[in-house]
Design a protein around this ligand. Structure first.
Ligand code: 5AD
Ligand code: SF4
Length: 468
């Protein structure tokens, strides 16, 4: 997602009185971070904090951060400098850092750089009220303990997205994969799955509040398992086990009008049974985010991804066979350690074979402590990384346009998500396949399903008219 968002105004629950303190919360990075911010807002709301969109009037400023690439961290440092300026005008203001950067840098930001008062890692959010109190008492506060079982399962997140139509629901935390480029296993800890009944309950509550789409979130949703060890052994014989395909089916039953999406799928773990469940339920959207990272098997081996190009293509073919008209998106890294020109060309040829609807494309950025940092040299020159990235982006834009043009003339069911930023007279929604559609609003409301005939398109979106 890579964008910031500040806390919307939230109401205090019944029985909780205003503690007089205002919270300003800003988030960076992936969907999981935005989802975590909703957990943080819930924990602090229950202690009487109200929220503000204006950092200058805040008593507590929290920034939920991402470490995935160096430039993500740089953006956060710039924001922290700004917050510290605001703090000079308002001594007593607490500035805290949450998320992956907090976990990665631990006490450094407090003791060496002295740009924060509080540091809380991704598994320490229940401790935030105490940590803030410690700072108020004149101390610096840190909790970066990672947990083997924290899933925040019982916390009802405060929805910070005010449109009230789509929501994230986290189903697993952490990652056990150890892709060699990735810092996530170090910042988010071991993988653990959340109790399926709390997931279904959260989805039911969302539907009752008017939400019409949930995205089930995990670093690797396919390895979701409840009451099973990572080796597949049953933990408690007296209770049922649940895998990801079964969880999807449970959520699909919440209501046929609740759309279900999920992210991220891992090519090494994505099985046909997930695809079969997708095909069976109309409300599970035909869209899969399946990061490839590279189209070359040697490069994939250095990346420790656990699959080859052939394996990946077998998964793509399974999607195309079992879930026809399925949108597929991906993540690609250019210029990973040792990447040759031929290996880069393999990524280009794989893109041509798959034809992705959407791709998130990055230059490799070396991260401290990762396997790649310890084992390989970051030896692809910056200008080569950049040129390869540009080739990848250029090709992806062509493919996205081509796929958009294939939608012309189709009639699609669109979930209305918001009013267009460009014109009050237009609405924006998404098709099942996750294509953004812009259309004249007529009398339609946010949260409704409408049938839209696709009449035109740009590279980024479809344009259509409502058909009754
Ligand atoms: N450099 C560049 N991109 C990275 N990603 C993860 N780690 C790095 C890194 N060190 C990308 C991967 C992943 C996405 C979330 O971010 O493509 O799928
Ligand atoms: Fe990182 Fe790989 Fe886990 Fe994704 S699957 S979070 S890229 S280690």
């Amino acid at each position: 997602m890579d964008e910031s968002r500040q806390g919307e105004a939230i109401e205090l629950p019944k029985g909780v009185s205003d503690n007089g303190k205002k919270l300003y919360l800003e988030s960076y990075g992936c969907a999981m971070n935005f989802s975590d911010s909703e957990v943080v807002a819930s924990i602090l709301r229950d202690k009487g904090y109200t929220t503000t969109r204006n950092e200058e009037e805040a008593d507590v400023v929290l920034i939920n951060t991402c470490s995935i690439r160096e430039n993500a961290e740089q953006r956060v440092r710039n924001r922290l400098t700004n917050f510290n300026k605001a703090k000079r005008k308002k001594p007593g203001m607490v500035v805290g850092i949450l998320g992956c950067m907090a976990e990665r840098l631990k006490k450094d930001l407090l003791e060496e750089e002295k740009i924060v008062d509080l540091v809380a890692g991704p598994d320490a959010y229940r401790d935030l009220p105490n940590l803030i109190e410690e700072v108020d008492g004149g101390q610096k506060a840190v909790n970066v303990l990672l947990s083997r079982d924290e899933t925040y399962a019982d916390i009802n997140p405060v929805r910070l997205d005010n449109a009230g139509v789509t929501a994230f629901v986290s189903i697993t935390r952490g990652c056990d994969n150890m892709c060699s480029f990735c810092v996530v296993p170090f910042t988010r800890g071991r993988e653990r799955s959340r109790d399926p009944h709390t997931i279904v309950k959260e989805c039911q509550d969302l539907f009752e509040k008017g939400y019409r789409e949930v995205t089930l979130l995990g670093q690797n949703v396919d390895s979701y398992r409840w009451n099973m060890t990572s080796k597949g052994e049953i933990k408690d014989e007296t209770k049922p086990t649940t895998n990801f395909a079964q969880l999807l089916e449970m959520v699909a039953h919440v209501n046929p009008l609740l759309r279900i999406r999920f992210s991220t799928s891992h090519p090494k773990d994505m099985t046909d049974d997930v695809l079969i469940v997708m095909a069976k339920y109309k409300n599970i959207c035909n869209y899969i985010h399946l990061p490839v990272q590279s189209g070359n098997s040697n490069n994939l081996k250095r990346m420790n991804r656990g699959y080859t190009r052939e394996w990946y293509m077998d998964r793509i073919n399974a999607i195309k066979r079992i879930v026809p008209n399925c949108g597929i998106s991906t993540d690609i890294i250019s210029g990973f350690c040792g990447e040759t020109e031929e290996e880069h060309q393999d990524t280009i040829s794989l893109m041509k074979e798959v034809k992705y609807d959407l791709a998130y494309m990055y230059k490799y950025s070396e991260r401290p402590k990762t396997l790649a940092e310890r084992k390989f040299e970051d030896d692809v020159p910056e200008e080569v990384k950049q040129r390869r990235l540009e080739e990848i982006i250029e090709l992806q834009m062509e493919h996205a346009y081509e796929i958009n043009k294939q939608q012309l003339g189709k009639i699609e069911e669109v979930l209305v998500e918001k009013v267009s930023r460009r014109s009050e007279e237009q609405m924006v929604g998404r098709t099942d396949r996750n294509h953004k559609v812009i259309f004249d609003r007529k009398d339609k409301k946010i949260g409704e399903y409408v049938m839209v005939k696709i009449t035109d398109c740009t590279r980024a979106s479809l344009i259509g008219v409502i058909v009754e």
